[in-house]
Design a protein around this ligand. Structure first.
Ligand code: SER
Ligand code: ZN
Length: 532
């Protein structure tokens, strides 16, 4: 990437002729030393390629790389000129302008022309030339230039890596435990026997029997994994202000999957009169009509479920005594708009999860992750006796924030990244085909991905990292039922014990529900064993 531009410095009065020798020396010093500071390779630094003096104006043609960028170089030049010429000739700087700025890229990218400062984008011989409008001193001091370059770099990487950046590397797999695979889809069974009913796309009501099973599984997970490691329960909001999503990166990365929320325009009921009248008479409500009464969305619904954790510690300064912090939240649902591929309660719009979060120094965060990993393995392997595997994958916090990750060639799991847990779903087909495995949970360390934007600090200046892990309740239950079926004799002992701690709730069986005769018969068969 090459940045070029003309930097114009206007002085309060004409420069005396004897200043030109001085300026030549300053340019030499700048090119040799000051504009190269902080870089190793000259192409990353800046160079004044040409300059001229005209009365009270110095114009410099600058070319730079991305370390000492054009804006940074301009400010350095300004400082040198002000310090040297200012006192000697009693002359001040009146105005700074950076004009004819061009960002020249070796690749083809597209960028919104609506962005401030962008004047035009052209393509010449496979290169992209982005022209900026004039920048003044105030603009140069803002990080706009930096952010623009970050955006361009991300776009370039995306163009280069395309879909390839997604990676998956097997870390560990269980024994092949299943001899006689069950070929029935538990999602279908649960719907057929009426334990759950679909309210709208990807959204379900779980009746008491299914809730009972989900709760048993959650309690078991808490007792076996979360609580022994000392995590404590917190209650996180489930609707977040937009700024939070700007900082976590979600608004940049997954805006197409986010569900947004709006507030009413007025609290005065009489303002809604027309709409209310029309509902009385027409007995319908059109979303387009409703929209007129709503403010633009200023919230988004819980997406990753750990967002409030980073927000809570924003601008806080932590000392060693406070660290590490280990919490979990299971106070409400997460929402994801999945355009296609919705299936039963495996892939939904609204789902439930136990979100485990932690914050500490890097070694603490890694150690907590390692302990969790051990307990997860024990939980999958011994407690639930599942056929499982775990893999080092594209980190969710890059994927969800639109940051492109380059290809990973070897595995060092002590760096920021994500480990996915997957279970085989025999009803989908053979275990050899990756499409027949379901991601049931993940565990990540994020490095400073969140402590930086939220400015979470240590009092002695040490680096702080975060980690999180999501246990998607519905998916774990589906994995268990897909591998063990609905015959409770096949269920893991510990799970059954938790299911049996209270009487099994009554299933809804009415004239019209469950819908089919087969469903009713299947339900009778399943519940005959669930009485104790
Ligand atoms: N927050 C993480 C995710 O969204 C873990 O639940 O995947
Ligand atoms: Zn998380």
């Amino acid at each position: 990437m090459l940045l070029t531009g003309i930097f114009e410095v206007i002085f309060s009065k004409p420069l005396p002729s004897e200043a030109s020798e001085e300026i030549a020396k300053l340019v030499e010093f700048l090119n040799r030393d000051y504009l190269k500071r902080g870089t190793r390779r000259p192409e990353d630094a800046a160079t004044i390629t040409e300059y001229n003096i005209e009365s009270n104006v110095i114009r410099m043609q600058i070319a730079s790389g991305t370390k000492v960028r054009l804006d940074e170089a301009s400010l350095r030049i300004k400082n040198v000129l002000a310090n040297s010429l200012g006192s000697r000739y009693r002359i001040g700087i009146r105005k700074l302008t950076l004009r004819d700025v061009k960002i020249i890229l070796d690749t083809k990218i597209s960028i919104s022309l609506k962005l401030p400062f962008i004047r035009g984008v052209t393509e010449v011989n496979g290169k992209t030339v982005i022209e900026l409008s004039e920048l003044h001193e105030d603009d140069l001091k803002k990080p706009i230039f930096l952010r623009l370059l970050q955006l361009i770099e991300e776009k370039e990487k995306r163009a280069k890596w395309g879909g390839k950046a997604e990676h998956w590397m097997l870390l560990k797999a269980s024994d092949l435990k299943i001899q006689k695979p069950i070929v029935i889809d538990p999602n279908k069974v649960l719907e057929e026997i009426g334990w759950m009913k679909r309210m709208s796309i990807g959204q379900w009501l779980y009746t008491p029997p299914l809730t009972h099973l989900l709760n048993a599984l959650k309690r078991l997970f808490l007792d076996e994994v979360v609580k022994p490691l000392g995590f404590q329960e917190a209650t996180f909001p489930k609707m977040y202000p937009l700024e939070v999503g700007l900082k976590t990166g979600h608004l940049k990365g997954v805006i197409n999957s986010i569900v947004f929320a709006s507030l009413p325009k007025s609290y005065d009921l009489s303002e809604f009169e027309e709409l209310i009248d029309s509902m009385y008479v027409l007995n319908s409500v059109e979303p387009e009509d409703l929209q007129k009464y709503l403010k633009p969305s200023s919230y988004f619904l819980c997406f990753a479920q750990c967002e409030p954790f980073y927000w809570f510690f924003e601008n806080e300064i932590l000392d060693n005594d406070a660290l590490p912090i280990k919490w979990f939240d299971m106070s409400g649902p997460s929402f994801r708009w999945e355009a296609g591929g919705i299936h039963g309660i495996e892939r939904v719009i609204e789902f439930h999860r136990i979100e485990i979060v932690w914050l500490g120094k890097p070694e603490q965060v890694i150690e907590i992750r390692n302990k969790l990993l051990e307990r997860y393995e024990y939980f999958m392997d011994r407690v639930l006796d599942l056929e499982w595997r775990m893999a080092w994958v594209t980190p969710w916090f890059y994927e969800q924030s639109g940051v492109v990750q380059e290809e990973v060639r070897s595995i060092n799991i002590d760096v920021p990244g994500t480990i996915d847990f997957e279970a085989w779903l025999p009803y989908r087909g053979s275990r050899e085909d990756n499409r027949n495995w379901l991601e049931i949970g993940n565990i990540s360390i994020h490095g400073t991905k969140f402590t930086e934007p939220f400015r979470i600090k240590h009092n002695k200046g040490e680096v702080l990292w975060t980690g999180c892990s999501g246990f998607g309740s519905e998916r774990w239950l589906i994995a268990l039922l897909a591998q063990k079926g609905f015959n409770i004799d096949e269920w893991p002992k510990k799970f059954l014990e938790y299911v049996k701690t209270s009487p099994f709730p009554q299933s809804i069986m009415t004239v019209s529900y469950p819908k089919t005769r087969e469903g009713k018969e299947l339900l009778s068969k399943i519940i005959s064993k669930l009485v104790w």
